[in-house]
Design a protein around this ligand. Sequence first.
Ligand code: BV8
Length: 231
Amino acid sequence: MENKKKLVILSGAGISAESGIKTFRDTGGLWENYDIHEVATFEAWQKNPKLVLDFYNARRHQVVAAEPNLAHHSLVALEKSFDVHIITQNIDDLHERAGSSNVLHLHGEILKSRSISNDSVTFPVDEDLYVGQLAPDGQQLRPHIVWFGEAVPAMDEAISIVRDCDILIIIGTSLNVYPAAGLAYACGEFTNKFIVDPSTVPLHEKGFIHYQGSAAKEVPTLVNYLLQNKA
Ligand code: BV8
């Protein structure tokens, strides 16, 4: 078996925008209608668990109704020629539904829940979560999500994945949130680096080749380039 180059993808809300899932910061984005501190922090959960559960129940319905788009699907084709690792900040399952086989969710998964007292056992969510719904350990169920102010358990694993990769592709993230955003700078100096985003991004001076445009349009173009050039 020829030695496949290690290719890492860091994706954010932008890759799911064309599937109809709102991003955080774009016009009409999530944070236009909600204040992070009201719905996406542990303090918000303690203050008003029903509001938080309703917020994630509504987003879960959006995810279930959404379909992977061309960007998610075209990434799957890379797996025949590269050792592909997807690290996503997204809590949707569109990478998995498109067929990607190696996905690490840095900030959790909206289709999973867990007991407030045990962050290592998760349960599939197929109905709305509600206050008073208990895990087998008798404690309240919460979304299996990393809220602002909570530690990112998979961060060390993510850094070790990025550190020795041959190719790093960043898709659809404003790189506003840390420590996840730090992954953009965690690869070696000889890594081939690409970023797909319609907006201007500050990374080109960091040696990133910018495919400026939407993910559904630019990711298939980049995938074709990589498959032809085994870059
Ligand atoms: C931590 C799950 C420490 C939830 C998410 C004060 C108090 C506490 C913490 C902090 C603080 N100040 C700063 C911090 C750190 C904080 C942080 O970074 N805050 C930001 C707001 C400044 N980080 C944390 O709190 C993290 N934890 O620091 O813990 C600690 C350590 C030890 C012990 C205890 C504590 C945890 C952060 C995780 C939060 N959870 N998600 C949920 O989904 O509801 S974060 C969430 O926002 C996403 O997961 C993602 O990571 C982040 C940013 O979103 P993006 O994906 O980048 O989306 P965005 O809308 O921003 O950008 C969209 C991009 O797509 C744009 O570039 C756009 O141009 C592009 N785009 C648009 N359309 C398209 C497109 N691209 C392609 N195609 C298109 N069609």
